[in-house]
Design a protein around this ligand. Structure first.
Ligand SMILES: Nc1nc2c(c(=O)[nH]1)N[C@H]1C(S)=C(S)[C@@H](COP(=O)(O)O)O[C@H]1N2
Ligand SMILES: [Mo]
Length: 508
């Protein structure tokens, strides 16, 4: 066990395999921050300016490549050291790998806008590296002669092939990870360089009276980073804007083809629309409100001239997901748009960069196609879509609903006047009233904040004179047609949940 090279090889193989596995996993779960890139970013942040300048002076635009090669050398050297130490004095080598993983975890956690999930690949790398090193050094020990087994209990060849297999598998995983993530990273870089055009029609500013200043109440416009995300994409499609095309096909007089540059050159309009998922439970958080920048789909469909007997548009995303939208919802005067902007930013990749659909009044599964590349004009009796094939309703108008944001369910509050507040929505129709019921008392009218439009949710509040004890609070909305939200409980399948959001609080 005195020798250096064999344990060092075991250490290098373990580290390569750990990092390779982590690179592959990160390509799927975090996408824009593999462990190696994240540590690289930390190194850049910590490098003093004079050294940065010196490196750029020597390597020019190859400075990033220099960094990656340096990190690779450091990993190999660290792996060799860990293997050697593990053979000499276990578990020092495994501890060293754990420390290396901790650097990756710290690098991930200290990056702006990253969460626990970003640290996961580095933690995985460390665990895999530690287990593999323990295994390989165990095999190596087995090759040493003992009295019972003069030629060792494990053959040399077994150790060599296990080490080589580990290293090769790790390297292949790392390469696969790079391939999987490269499209995403390229699109991410393109998005970072992209400046949204000025709207031809700007949204009216959000009126101050549309918001109440109550802690815990959902902000009237949902920040992009907090916007719920729902899709079937295991790997977010990475689309280069210059490669993007929209084709309008099917039952049309003229097929239409549009590039990204052509779309941006059109007079884009801003509109504020609340998006909701059909899977949103009563009281759930799969809903968000944003100001979108885009071009009305009806103008593009007018160019294509749908045939008179068409009644549906099947929108298709680059990764093959489809939504079936009533043709009427895309040709009437509502703000059904092909969106390129979200709250003043280019669409985030996970929300459909470079182009998605937004259709007020319909659940996302039948309208809000992200990474959209085709609109096929057709008929409901000829073609079905991703979720309608899986038992969800063909038609998906958003149902009138309301939610209590504060107090949170199960909370204890001080007796006296308690602010009860939340949001209510009935996109494309509008909300005209919200009522609150305490225990089995009468329905009492809440105060509504101003509406932005019928297409957006509306905040409400109610000053509750709370007496000590346990209480139950219910909310219900009334839409602009005078329809009262139903108390009948229905599950999200097949066309959206119904029932009244109800919370329990303790007043002390
Ligand atoms: N390409 C694609 N677009 C999609 C989906 C999807 O799975 N793939 N899911 C839809 C569903 S079910 C909803 S609710 C909305 C959610 O949009 P968001 O993730 O931007 O909030 O996107 C819709 N667009
Ligand atoms: Mo959804």
């Amino acid at each position: 066990m005195r020798s250096f090279w064999r344990p060092a090889a075991a250490g290098v193989a373990s580290v390569v395999a750990g990092v390779g596995a982590a690179e592959l996993v990160s390509a799927f779960v975090v996408q824009d921050g593999s462990p190696v890139l994240v540590v690289g970013a930390l190194v850049i942040d910590l490098t003093p300016a004079w050294l940065k300048d010196a490196v750029i002076g020597v390597f020019g635009t190859g400075d990033k490549a220099f960094l990656i090669v340096s990190l690779a050398v450091a990993l190999v050297a660290g792996g060799a050291l860990a293997g050697w130490l593990e053979a000499l004095r276990p578990p020092v080598g495994r501890i060293l790998i754990g420390l290396g993983g901790a650097i990756g975890v710290l690098a991930a956690l200290t990056r702006a806008g990253s969460g626990l999930v970003n640290a996961l690949p580095s933690a995985l790398a460390a665990v895999a590296g530690i287990l593999l090193l323990g295994w390989l050094v165990g095999l190596l020990r087995g090759t040493a002669p003992t009295r019972a087994a003069p030629r060792g209990s494990v053959s040399r060849r077994r150790f060599v092939s296990a080490t080589a297999t580990t290293a090769v598998a790790g390297a292949l995983a790392a390469i696969a990870g790079q391939l999987v993530a490269s499209g995403y990273r390229a699109a991410s870089a393109a998005r970072a360089a992209f400046r949204l055009p000025k709207p031809a029609v700007a949204a009216a500013p959000i009126p101050a009276a549309a918001s109440f200043d109550i802690a815990g109440l959902s902000p009237i416009v949902t920040p992009n980073a907090d916007f719920y995300r729902i899709d079937t994409a295991l790997q977010i499609p990475g689309i280069q804007p210059q490669d993007w095309r929209l084709r309008i096909t099917g039952m049309v007089e003229h097929e239409v083809k549009l590039t990204f540059a052509e779309l941006l050159a059109l007079p884009l309009e801003e509109s504020t629309t609340t998006l909701t998922c059909v899977s949103n439970e009563v009281g759930g958080d799969l809903i968000g409100n944003a100001t979108w920048l885009g071009y009305p789909v009806r103008h593009l469909l007018a160019r294509a001239v749908p045939s008179a007997d068409a009644d549906m548009v099947l929108s298709r995303s680059q990764d093959g997901w489809t939504a079936s939208t009533p043709l009427e919802a895309l040709t009437d005067d509502r703000n059904a748009i092909l969106a390129v902007g979200m709250n003043g930013q280019p669409l985030p990749l996970e929300h459909g960069y470079p182009v998605r659909m937004v259709v007020p009044g319909l659940y996302g599964y039948v309208s809000a196609t992200k990474w959209v590349v085709e609109l096929q004009v057709t008929r409901f009796d000829r073609v079905t879509s991703y979720w309608t094939d899986r038992g969800w309703s063909q038609r998906g108008p958003v149902k009138l609903s309301s939610r209590i944001d504060v107090p949170a369910d199960g909370r204890t509050v001080q007796r006296g006047t308690v602010a009860v507040a939340g949001v209510a929505w009935s996109q494309h129709v509008g909300v005209s009233a919200v009522h609150v019921q305490i225990d089995d008392g009468p329905w009492q009218e809440a105060t509504l904040a101003d509406a932005i439009s019928a297409d957006t949710w509306r905040q409400w509040r109610f000053a509750w004179d709370a007496a000590t004890g346990h209480h139950r609070i219910r909310v219900r909305a009334t839409d602009a047609h005078g329809t009262v939200q139903t108390a009948r409980v229905q599950d999200v399948v097949p066309d959206g949940a119904t029932g009244l959001h109800t919370i329990d609080v303790t007043v002390s």
